[in-house]
Design a protein. Structure first.
Length: 347
């Protein structure tokens, strides 16, 4: 049986209505003879709130943010008609981490990675129970048992190693065999984080759930990787800003890479190189309309499509101009400048 990896973003896991769609999509894949591996993000805006809570805890002002986060997941639990006690462990862990930050006045990248991973963990606990209650034989799986980051040596890489880690993947026969031996129809797991070579929790960077899905697709030798989101695919422009934008039904990997890199938020640019290397087609689809064709990304090109595929806009671009007498004919001046950015985790 072939695997298909299906990833659902924050807006696609936010209510009973969207989880009913996830159940419907999963049933369609099962009827097609495929074994779905579902990858979930945290609830929409929760990663931001977890990050804000970490900052606020430094001033011991995290109480309201903590309450908002807990309430969001309790509301979802009630909407799905599952018990909120399923996430008691994660909520207690969050409270303990934030209390520790408030007491020690320190929020290291290592601690932040632990805190931000809780959004996906809580979401998948609730979603797993919902799918089981719907009659699916669904197995909850910790993604850290499947994906391991590649650490960069040196103290200057601490931020990147924990909050924007690199991760590579190849076909993993041991993982395929593990999943095959489970008495289950569906695997449900998390996006956004993996484990380090030392076994610690590390993040793939914001928007990293798309990358998680791509890496799992390679590990499982999947037939496809689907990204389900709140728009029907990739458009010639942002459809929220330009209603007359056209849907791009077919894109080459390279075209999709450029569109994503230039600012299209529907897809993270880091998720495309892995599936391109493994020649695994990727689809971008609309959660609320599963029957919609969406956008297919592969080595195929649409020769009838216009030569200009997309127009993207990037906001809040910062231009830094440096002019000092010491820069002229000084060996290594630019290296020193870029080293400063590197030490602070900026690209």
């Amino acid at each position: 049986m072939k695997y298909i990896v299906v990833k659902f973003g924050g807006t696609s896991v936010s209510s009973r209505e969207t989880w009913e769609k996830i159940h419907e999509i999963t049933q369609q894949h099962l009827k097609a003879g495929l074994k779905p591996v579902i990858v979930c993000s945290a609830l929409s805006q929760i990663s931001n709130k977890l990050e804000q809570a970490s900052d606020a805890a430094l001033l011991n002002q995290h109480g309201q943010l903590l309450q908002d986060i807990v309430q969001a997941y309790h509301t979802l639990a009630a909407d799905l008609a599952v018990s909120a006690t399923l996430i008691t462990h994660e909520i207690q862990a969050l409270e303990q981490w934030l209390t520790g930050i408030a007491l020690l006045k320190e929020a290291s990248p290592k601690i932040r990675a632990q805190i931000l991973s809780l959004g996906e963990l809580m979401l998948t606990r609730l979603g797993h129970k919902f799918l089981v209650e719907k009659g699916l034989r669904c197995h909850w799986f910790d993604v850290r048992d499947a994906l391991t980051s590649t650490a960069m040596a040196g103290s200057g890489h601490e931020v990147s190693n924990y909050l924007a880690a690199c991760c590579h993947s190849t076909k993993n026969q041991a993982l395929i065999d593990t999943f095959a031996n489970l008495n289950t129809e569906v695997i449900l797991t998390q996006g956004f984080f993996v484990k380090s070579p030392e076994g610690e929790t590390v993040l793939l960077g914001r928007g990293g759930s798309d990358t998680s899905a791509a890496l799992l697709a390679i590990a499982l030798d999947a037939c496809a990787c689907e990204i389900w989101t709140d728009v029907p695919g990739i458009y010639t422009a942002n459809p929220h800003q330009l209603p007359h934008a056209r849907l791009l039904k077919q894109l080459h990997y390279n075209e999709a890479q450029e569109i994503a890199s230039m600012g299209a938020k529907v897809l993270h640019p880091n998720c495309i190189p892995p599936v391109r290397q493994a020649n695994i087609p990727m689809m971008v689809k609309y959660t609320r309309m599963p029957q919609h064709s969406g956008t297919r990304i592969s080595f195929e090109k649409d020769d009838n499509a216009p030569p200009i595929k997309s127009i993207q806009v990037k906001h809040s671009i910062i231009l830094i101009s440096i002019d000092t007498l010491s820069m002229w004919q000084q060996v290594g001046f630019l290296a020193d400048i870029f080293l400063t950015f590197k030490e602070h985790g900026f690209s």
